[in-house]
Design a protein around this ligand. Sequence first.
Ligand SMILES: [Mn+2]
Length: 345
Amino acid sequence: MSELSNITFPEVCDKLEAASSVVILTHMRPDADTLGSGFALRELLRSLGKRAEVINGDDIPKKLRFIFGVDSLRPELLPADFTPDLVVSVDVSASKLLGELEEEWASRANLAIDHHVLGTPFAKNTYVGDVGACGEIILDIYREFKARGRDLLNRAAATALYAAICSDTGSFKFESVTAETHMRIAELHSVGINHAEIARRLYDSRPISQIMATKAALNALHFYCDGKLAVINFTQAMMAEDNLTREDIDDIISLTRGIEGVEVGMSIKQNAEDLTLFKVSMRSNRVADVSKLCAVFGGGGHVRAGGCTVNAPDEKAAEEMLVREIEREIRALEQSGAFEGADEL
Ligand SMILES: [Mn+2]
């Protein structure tokens, strides 16, 4: 295996400038950040006269189809004569997150552009920016090319980047948002984006099946740790009852965190093929580091948002195992006085 190393931001831009034909890898179960970053980077490279294509192993979720205007970016759609001299991933923190792309493309990745501090490097060169969304790094690449004399930001790319940044910052609610985030957003506005319509596409037209999923999730919601931990345990039986798809339950974790008094929100989702496999998402509000909690189970993420996958005989056992760990952490935080003053402005 060859050496993997970190590179600097100017080196990232140099590599992009030197390439002539680029494949951009995006993560499985794509979100607005990976797709928006991928689209905007593709546009930048094409504006520089290069060939560039984005691929993804899964279908594109309906509400995100506006970013590319297509429902699939599967690798078999790549032009037959396309041979990249640079393979770059965006928003992919570990090779397994490439999903169906992993086998063929992970080992070919020359460059990973990411913002997940606790990732597992897989590309030859990795750049991890300390920002809330990968889309912010892509905008910084536009800025760098502007400084090099090429002003390339167009409305379509800015629209994609707005979707990326808006979504990965929780609509600018997360602690990762800085003055710089808003400066970048101001720059996106300068090419005339329709931010209200982007937000509507992202948030205000939920399919009925998603509402049914929310209903089922709220029925399953329960609390631990005197209300500091909220859990939704979503089984395949619940999925079957309302004919729900995985896409319908993608965002149920957000139901847990926005409850008064809750510090950690967790969703547990049973795998469709292997009923002893559970996909776990965690969110925290002010104090708990959920990336640390997820790391206990082989996962990772950010301080306020993390995930992992656990094995257990059934959903009850999975929940018990996870809750035990989180409870221990919450009690330790309580004892250390970490909650005192945490809600001050
Ligand atoms: Mn991201």
